[in-house]
Ligand binder design. Structure first.
Ligand SMILES: Nc1ncnc2c1ncn2[C@@H]1O[C@H](COP(=O)(O)OP(=O)(O)OP(=O)(O)O)[C@@H](O)[C@H]1O
Length: 298
């Protein structure tokens, strides 16, 4: 067995069943210390079950889980793990500062209140009461509570759900600045692409892929060629080398191809009237759909 002393989280052959549903089936992966890892997969893939097991909220039927070289429950009981749930009420009549101060005291004052407010980007709303916070600000308070105990490991479940684009960006900057090993679940794949060091893709209770976002995107192969054509004819475009499918909107053309060089050469050589041509790789969303739908990948 692999030596797990350097890993923050180690799953070794973990299975978990609820009645007839096999939620996790022989799952093995590691999260290294200092890593920021996204747990991705469609609804029902087993992400929440995996996180519940990591937090010691459930026990596996089979396999072994180590968190910070301890059992999950042991690591949580020692205050070494911070978790930011997706929802959960905040006291409506206490100020943000009061709530954060309570969390800091509960963890034995491992951080100062000012430090936590600043890390979570809450300075400007510190005097506001819970019932006067926007959805995104309330999420930041939950983040602050997760950070209050100076955890070695952070779990974030759909952390940016109520945030606008600028808040999301600021939030992820805060996470990176906190510098803690982080595991997060999200359905915003652009966030996983931009902020995760590594992605673990679950489907039907098994790990179907893991690697950097670029590796995952490269797994599905294929390229997208976009251009403007004077007279696009879908049937003619579909007959070009490597082309899988074609989308035409007016003169704007999107071509998915397994042979970008061949497609582009044929566009310029035999189709003509080509302008504004761009070639890009698959995005993470496309990769995930392919990987989790069981289609053959390159
Ligand atoms: N307490 C439970 N009792 C019975 N079945 C459950 C229970 N919790 C989860 N399941 C089932 O186990 C499977 C995995 O669920 P899980 O919540 O771990 O998936 P998920 O990837 O987190 O999904 P989502 O993205 O929808 O949150 C699903 O089929 C789900 O219906």
């Amino acid at each position: 067995m692999k030596n797990t002393t350097s890993a923050a989280i180690a799953f070794q052959g973990v299975s978990k069943r609820y009645g007839r549903v096999q939620a996790l089936d022989d799952v093995t992966f590691e999260v290294g210390r200092g890593e920021c890892v996204a747990l991705l997969g469609p609804n029902g893939a087993g992400k929440s079950t995996a996180v519940d097991l990591m937090l010691g909220l459930r026990r596996p039927d089979q396999g072994r889980i180590r968190v910070l070289d301890d059992s999950p429950a042991g690591a949580v009981a020692a205050g070494r793990v911070g978790a930011m749930p997706q929802s959960g009420g905040l006291p409506s009549d206490a100020t943000v500062r009061d709530v954060v101060a309570l969390a800091v005291r509960l963890y034995g004052a491992r951080r100062t209140v000012g430090e936590v407010l600043e890390m979570a980007g809450l300075d400007e709303v510190a005097r506001r009461r819970g019932d006067a916070l926007s959805g995104g600000q309330a999420q930041r308070v939950r983040f602050a509570m997760a950070l209050a105990g100076r955890p070695e490991l952070l779990f974030l479940d759909e952390p940016t759900v109520a945030m606008d684009a600028a808040s999301r960006r600021a939030f992820w900057t805060s996470v990176r600045q906190a510098g803690t090993t982080t595991v997060f679940a999200t359905h915003y794949l652009d966030e996983a692409d931009a902020f995760a060091d590594r992605v673990i893709v679950l489907a039907h209770g098994t790990v179907v892929a893991e690697g950097t976002p670029s590796t995952i995107k490269a797994m599905v192969g294929g390229r997208t060629v976009r251009c403007v054509l004077d007279a696009p004819e879908p049937s003619r475009l579909l007959a070009l080398p490597g082309v899988r499918d074609v989308g035409v909107h007016g003169r704007d053309v999107t071509i998915r191809t397994d042979d970008a060089d061949g497609t582009v050469a044929a566009l310029y050589g035999s189709v003509g009237g080509v302008r504004d041509l761009r070639v890009s790789g698959a995005d993470l969303e496309e990769a995930l759909i392919t990987l989790t739908s069981g289609k053959q990948v390159a």
